[in-house]
Structures are given as structure tokens and as C-alpha cells.
Design a protein around this ligand. Structure first.
Ligand SMILES: *Cc1c(COP(=O)(O)O)cnc(C)c1O
Length: 409
């Protein structure tokens, strides 16, 4: 039986009852308990949800990254007892701060929430009235402007706007000097735009010091290299926002806010468990906090050279398979800043292989198993192997060769 047919069979029953009325039929409960007691459930299959091999990277809409077993163990083990959330954040924060060379740290619900909470901390300090007032800055005595380079425009900056601030765009150091005024709260830097702006992250922090303003940085997607985890704390950035569910492979809904003690303490006033603030909807419970902690601990300890070589070997294996097809070329490269991992571009002569890049992506997507690659051009695609499971690399190599071969005239 095809998977699609099984899924149809499963969904037909509840839909039929749904049409008849809202009463739960007695056999439904029986059927449900049978499912629960039976063999291990495949929930993806039960709900008809396509799973796939990730040849793309750490993308939120694709559910990010896969947690290692030690993270899942931490989540499961800590799910059996209660503890006070603030006590846990205090203790985990201290350990994370030590590991990251920060004065203080706290687990947030992703880098985005780290940006909002850090911004809130800068604006409010320890003043609870101000915390309660956010995001309404007018007449509050809080500052309201954040200076940022116009090359650092990115939709994630909305995390700062959530605190009611306005972004003031600059291009040169002179622009910064002109932009600073009594309403300036901070100067923000986008890690992944490092090569785009006129002012680099060292000059940015120097400028912030000159103007006695906090400098903040979003490095959500800037790991690897592992050294970025502590680099910007060492440099003295006032807060650093880091994704937990990208390279570090912690819980997808977790991140880290780290930086100066007073800012992190103030940021926590805008975070759960307190509920009179902008951050109450950004909850992380104990399992995610422990999971994030364990993921970071392991990540810092792991052999990064070995992992890099493994990714390169994956790229080579896929390249070799693709190039067996006449008219196909490959090029391996490493994106310089964000998603800085070995990546492969596969391109082909469309006189020999009659297929567009998008056609190739679709064929891979529709295959079994489904594979999600990206960057579909006129005659090329891109493949990032770092989020694949080890036994998926050969499958991807074969499927790509198969589709290229099929389209060859
Ligand atoms: C992914 C990303 C974020 C958001 O990170 P989350 O951990 O998903 O909240 C913010 N900024 C940049 C530059 C990113 O790449």
C-alpha cells in the first residue's frame, strides 16, 4: 500500500464523524486507546505530514535543526520534577556566562526574543514602571532610537521595534557622530552583514564607546566558527543574541542572551515568569533551558575540525556522484559569514541535461524520500549537507545523480 493510501484510510474516519455531529463516538475512544497501547506511533504518518532530508541548512520553516540525544535526554529527564524558573535561569545563566566569557546570560526563546529582551533591558534598566510601560516610549523618560547601518537592514530587526524604538540608519562613522542625540539608546550590529557595511564590528564598538552608548549584536546565524560564541563578549559588546536551534542544535525554540550584568538583569524583568511585560509570550520552560545548557556545553567541547572534515567529505561524495553524469559540473564553497559551512553548487549544461534548477528541486522534493535542496537557478542547485544524518548523504548523492541521469538526452 502506498503511504498516501494509508494516510487516507486514517483520516477518513474522523472526518465522517465530524460531518455527522460533534458527539465523540464511543468507538473513537476505543480506537484511540488501541493506537496508544499499540506499536510505536509514527505521528508524522498519522497526520500525513511529509518528512524530508534536509539539504538546505538551519531554516526555521523547515523546523531548524535536529537535537542530539543528549539534549533530548536532558529534556526528558528534567520533565519529571518541578523547580522555580528564576532559580533555574540564575544557575544556568551563570554557567552559560562562564562558558561564553559573558558577565551574565539567560536562556530566551530564540535569538529573536534575545534581541527584544536585551533591547528592553537597555531601555528600562531595573525600573519596573518602565518595564510595564514598554513598548510605549513617549513621555516615559526612556530613550527611543537605535543606530544601525543601512546595510544591516533585515526583517529580524523587528525584534528591536517590538520595544517601541525607531531605527536610525547610517552609513559612515561621521553619520554615527551626527545621528547620536539625547534619545539614542544603543547602536546595533548585524553579525551576518559583516562584509556589507562600511563600519566593521571593531570600529562599531569603538564608536559606541566614544559616544558612551551600548553596542549590541545579532550573531544568530554566525556559528560556526565556534569562537564567535565568546568573541563579541570578549570585545565588550553590551549584549549578544545567539540562536540555540541553529548550529548548536539546542531546542529550536531556545536562544541565548548574553552580555553585561546590568543589561541581562534588566532584560529578565521583561521576560517570563513575570507577566506585565513585552516578553511574557516568549516563554521557555525548564526543559528547554536545561536542553539549551546541555547543547551549548556539548557544542563547545566537540571536535570542530573533525566535524568540518566530515562536512567536506559529504560535499565531495555528492559532487563525485553528480559529476558522473555527462555535462554536470560542481563547485564547493563556504558562505563567508552566515551558514558558514561547506556547500556544493551543482550545475549542468542544459543542452545535455534537459532540466531547470527549479525542476531539479521539485523532482528531489517529490521523490521518496523527499529531499529539500535550494538555490534553484536556470541550470543549477545548491546543497548544504551539515544538517543531514550520516546515512542520508549517500541517498542524496544517488537521488541527485538519478535525476540528472534521467534528464540527460
Ligand atoms: C535566525 C536568525 C534570527 C532568529 O533566530 P531565532 O533563534 O530563530 O529566533 C535572528 N537574526 C538572524 C540574523 C538570524 O539568522
Amino acid at each position: 500500500m502506498k503511504r498516501r493510501d494509508i494516510i487516507k484510510g486514517l483520516t477518513a474516519l474522523p472526518v465522517a464523524y465530524g460531518v455527522m455531529g460533534s458527539v465523540i463516538p464511543p468507538d473513537s475512544a476505543v480506537a484511540a486507546s488501541k493506537v496508544m497501547a499499540g506499536a510505536k506511533r509514527n505521528l508524522f504518518q498519522e497526520l500525513g505530514i511529509r518528512t524530508f532530508i534536509n539539504a538546505r541548512g538551519t531554516i526555521t520553516s523547515m523546523s531548524g535543526s535536529l537535537m542530539h540525544d543528549y539534549v533530548l535526554d536532558a529534556i526528558k529527564d528534567t520533565s519529571k520534577e518541578f523547580c522555580m524558573l528564576d532559580e533555574l535561569q540564575d544557575k544556568v545563566g551563570e554557567r552559560i556566562a562562564e562558558m561564553t566569557h559573558a558577565e551574565a546570560a539567560t536562556v530566551t526563546s530564540g535569538a529573536f526574543s534575545a534581541l527584544t529582551l536585551g533591547m528592553a533591558g537597555i531601555l528600562t534598566g531595573m525600573d519596573l514602571e518602565k518595564v510595564e510601560r514598554l513598548p510605549h516610549l513617549e513621555g516615559s523618560g526612556m530613550k527611543s532610537e537605535v543606530i544601525i547601518q543601512n546595510t544591516h537592514k533585515i526583517h529580524y530587526n523587528h525584534a528591536l521595534l517590538n520595544c517601541g524604538v525607531k531605527l536610525v540608519y547610517v552609513e559612515t562613522p561621521d553619520d554615527v557622530d551626527r545621528a547620536v542625540n539625547e534619545n539614542t539608546a544603543s547602536m546595533h550590529f548585524l553579525g551576518s552583514a559583516l562584509l556589507r557595511g562600511k563600519i566593521n564590528y571593531e570600529d562599531w564598538i569603538a564608536l559606541s564607546k566614544k559616544h558612551k552608548l551600548p553596542a549590541t549584536i545579532d550573531i544568530a546565524a554566525n556559528i560556526p566558527p565556534v569562537s564567535n560564541i565568546w568573541k563579541f563578549n570578549d570585545m565588550g559588546y553590551s549584549f549578544v543574541a545567539l540562536s540555540g536551534g541553529k548550529a548548536i542544535r539546542g531546542p529550536q525554540s531556545a536562544g541565548i542572551l548574553m552580555g553585561k550584568k546590568d543589561i541581562i538583569a534588566a532584560a529578565r524583568l521583561s521576560a517570563p515568569p513575570r507577566g506585565f511585560n513585552v516578553g511574557r509570550g516568549m516563554k521557555v520552560n525548564k526543559e528547554e533551558i536545561f536542553g539549551m545548557y546541555v547543547a551549548l556545553e556539548h557544542y563547545l567541547r566537540q571536535d570542530h575540525d573533525k566535524e568540518w572534515k566530515e562536512w567536506e567529505a559529504r560535499v565531495r561524495r555528492i559532487a563525485v556522484a553528480a559529476e558522473t553524469v555527462n555535462g554536470v559540473q560542481t563547485e564547493s564553497y563556504v558562505p563567508p559569514i552566515a551558514d558558514h559551512t561547506p556547500t556544493l553548487r551543482i550545475s549542468w549544461n542544459t543542452n545535455i541535461v534537459k532540466l531547470s534548477g527549479d525542476g531539479m528541486l521539485q523532482a528531489l522534493n517529490n521523490g521518496d524520500p523527499s529531499i529539500v535542496a535550494y538555490g534553484g537557478g536556470k541550470n543549477s542547485i545548491a546543497v548544504s549537507p551539515w544538517m543531514m544524518l550520516p546515512d542520508q548523504v549517500g541517498i542524496v548523492a544517488n537521488r541527485i545523480r538519478e535525476e540528472l541521469e534521467k534528464a540527460r538526452v
